[in-house]
Design a protein around this ligand. Structure first.
Ligand SMILES: C[S@@+](CC[C@H](N)C(=O)[O-])C[C@H]1O[C@@H](n2cnc3c(N)ncnc32)[C@H](O)[C@@H]1O
Length: 490
C-alpha cells in the first residue's frame, strides 16, 4: 500500500523509483545519460501529476509505464536512423516524441496534437523538461499542414492509409513515415498499399518485442515517392503565372464573379468549371481552352501536367467561397468554351435525334444535355430561350457533359417552322410507347411552365404517367423520350 502511495504522488516519487526506472530501461537495452534520465523522470512525474485530471494514459502501474510507454517510445530509434525534423502525429501526452527526444537529443521533434488539454500539457512538459528543438503543433494534422518534415512517426492514432493521406502537405519527397503497430497489421498495410502504392513505397516491416515482456511490436516504414504538396506548390509557382487576390474589389475577381451568371458567361465567353471530375476531364481533354486554376492560397496547385499557359489565381478564403457556389472546396477551372456552331431550320436535321432545347432553368438545361450526350443525340440545339450552356449550374447539372456536347445555337421556339420533322413532347400528346421515330428528327420539349406553343401540341407525343402528378420535370421527360428513341426498333 505504502509503495502504491509513493507512486501516486509526483514530487513524492522516491529516488529508488528513479533508479528502478533506469534499471528497467537498461534491462530493455536503453541507457540514457544522467541528464536524459533526469528529464525522463521529470516527464514521468508530470504524467503522474496531471493524469487524474487530464486522463493522459490508462497505464498506471509503474513498471508498465516504463516499459509500455517510455521503452516502447524509444525502441524505434534504436532500430532505425530517425530523420529530422520528425513529426509525431497524434502524440497525445507526448508519445513517442518526448521519450525519443530525450533519448536522441539531436532530433528536432514536432509534437502534433489536436486536443486542447493535451496541448497545454505538452507545452508544460516541454518547458519544465527544458527540451530544445521541440515544438508543439496544437492542431489536428491534415493535408493543409505544410511545415516541411523529413519524417513522421505515429503511435496508436489511426489506420495507416488515413495517416498517409494526412501528411500530404508536410512530408517531403523521400521522407519516411514510421508506424508503430502491434503484431496484427497486415490488413492495414495491404489497404495502405492499395490506396497509396503509387505515392508511398513500403521499405521496412520490422518485428520486435519489448525485452522480457510478451509485448510484440512492428515498425512499418513507408517512403514517400512523390513530391509533397508544399514542394508541388513551389514548383507550380515557378511554372505558372500566379495572381494573389485578397480583395473583393480586385478587378480580376470582379470579372470572375460575373461568371456566376449566364450574362457574364456570354459576355466574357469564359466559364467556371467546378468539381474534381469535370475539372480533371477538362484539363485532360481541352488543355488549350483552360485559362486559369482557381484556389484558396493554401490549396492544391495545378497538376504537374497542366499546360503552362494556365494562370493560377490564389484567392483569400472568403473570395474563393464566393466563387465556389456548390461548396466543392476543390479547385475551380476557368474555361474558354469553343464557339458554338449555328443551326438554321432550313438545313434540316442530321440523321438521328437533334434535341431542341428551350429550357430557361440552367439545371434543367444541364440535365437534358447530359441525357442527350448519354443517348447519343446528333446535335443539341439551344433555342434562344435556353439558359446559357456554360452557366455554372448548367455545367454542374450536366456533370461536365457540356464540355464535349455537340452544341449549336438555334432560333427561338416560336420561329421553328412547322413543316420540320419535329417530335414535340407534351402531356396532351399520344403515348410515346410504340411511336415510330423518323430517321432524322428534332425532339422538342416545352419551356418549363407554359409548355409548348399550341401549334406543336396537336402532334405531340407524351410519356404515359399515372396522373398522380400534374407533369414530369422537363429534363426528366427528355431523358425518358431519348431512352424510348434509343430503344425504338430494337
Ligand atoms: C490514442 S491517442 C495516442 C497518443 C500517443 N501517440 C500514444 O501512443 O500514447 C491518439 C491521439 O492522437 C490525437 N490525434 C488524432 N488525430 C490527430 C490528428 N490528425 N492530428 C493531431 N492529433 C491527432 C488524439 O487527439 C489523441 O490524443
Amino acid at each position: 500500500m505504502a509503495a502504491v502511495k509513493k507512486q501516486r504522488t509526483s514530487a513524492g516519487e522516491s529516488r529508488h523509483t528513479q533508479r528502478e526506472m533506469a534499471r528497467l530501461l537498461a534491462r530493455s537495452g536503453i541507457v540514457l545519460s544522467d541528464a536524459g534520465l533526469k528529464q525522463l523522470w521529470s516527464y514521468h512525474c508530470l504524467l503522474r501529476k496531471h493524469n487524474p485530471e487530464l486522463n493522459l494514459t490508462r497505464i498506471h502501474n509503474f513498471e508498465n509505464m516504463v516499459l509500455k510507454l517510455y521503452v516502447d517510445s524509444i525502441l524505434p530509434g534504436t532500430l532505425v536512423d530517425l530523420p529530422s525534423p520528425l513529426l509525431d502525429l497524434g502524440t497525445g501526452p507526448g508519445m513517442p516524441g518526448i521519450p525519443l527526444k530525450i533519448a536522441f537529443p539531436e532530433l528536432t521533434v514536432l509534437l502534433a496534437e489536436g486536443r486542447g488539454k493535451r496541448v497545454a500539457f505538452l507545452n508544460t512538459a516541454v518547458q519544465e523538461l527544458g527540451l530544445y528543438g521541440v515544438s508543439v503543433i496544437g492542431r489536428a494534422i491534415a493535408p493543409d499542414f505544410q511545415e516541411p518534415v523529413a519524417g513522421v512517426i505515429t503511435r496508436a492514432v489511426e489506420a495507416m492509409a488515413a495517416t498517409l493521406e494526412r501528411v500530404d502537405g508536410c512530408l517531403s519527397s523521400g521522407g519516411k513515415i514510421f508506424f508503430m503497430k502491434g503484431p496484427s497489421c497486415d490488413d492495414e498495410i495491404a489497404d495502405a498499399q492499395a490506396k497509396f502504392g503509387a505515392r508511398f513505397r513500403l521499405t521496412d516491416d520490422i518485428a520486435y518485442s519489448i525485452a522480457h515482456t510478451p509485448h510484440r511490436r512492428r515498425l512499418v516504414i513507408f517512403e514517400r515517392l512523390d513530391a509533397s504538396r508544399r514542394q508541388q506548390k513551389a514548383a507550380a509557382m515557378n511554372r505558372h503565372r500566379v495572381h494573389v487576390i485578397e480583395s473583393e474589389n480586385n478587378a480580376r475577381f470582379k470579372e470572375l464573379k460575373k461568371l456566376l451568371g449566364g450574362r457574364g458567361v456570354k459576355k466574357q465567353n469564359l466559364a467556371l468549371v467546378a468539381g474534381v471530375k469535370p475539372v480533371t476531364e477538362a484539363l485532360a481533354a481541352f488543355p488549350d481552352q483552360c485559362r486559369a486554376w482557381i484556389t484558396r492560397q493554401d490549396q492544391t496547385p495545378p497538376p504537374e501536367n497542366a499546360p503552362s499557359h494556365l494562370a493560377w489565381e490564389q484567392l483569400a478564403p472568403a473570395l474563393f467561397e464566393a466563387l465556389d457556389v456548390f461548396g466543392t472546396r476543390a479547385p475551380l477551372l476557368l474555361f474558354e468554351p469553343s464557339s458554338m456552331g449555328v443551326w438554321r431550320p432550313d438545313e434540316g436535321f442530321s440523321p438521328g435525334c437533334t434535341l431542341l432545347l428551350p429550357f430557361q432553368d440552367p439545371e434543367n438545361a444541364g440535365a437534358a444535355i447530359r441525357s442527350a450526350v448519354a443517348f447519343g443525340a446528333a446535335k443539341i440545339v439551344l433555342l434562344s430561350e435556353c439558359a446559357h450552356p456554360f452557366h455554372p449550374k448548367t455545367i454542374r447539372a450536366s456533370a461536365g457533359a457540356v464540355l464535349h456536347a455537340p452544341l449549336f445555337e438555334g432560333p427561338s421556339l416560336k420561329d421553328l417552322p412547322e413543316d420540320l420533322p419535329i417530335v414535340p413532347l407534351s402531356m396532351e400528346g399520344a403515348p410515346i410507347t410504340g411511336f415510330s421515330f423518323p430517321a432524322a428528327f428534332g425532339l422538342l420539349a416545352g419551356i418549363e411552365g407554359p409548355g409548348l406553343p399550341d401549334a406543336w401540341r396537336s402532334r405531340a407525343v407524351s410519356i404515359p404517367v399515372t396522373g398522380a402528378v400534374e407533369s414530369l420535370n422537363a429534363a426528366t421527360a427528355i431523358a425518358v423520350a431519348l431512352y424510348a428513341w434509343s430503344q425504338a426498333g430494337k
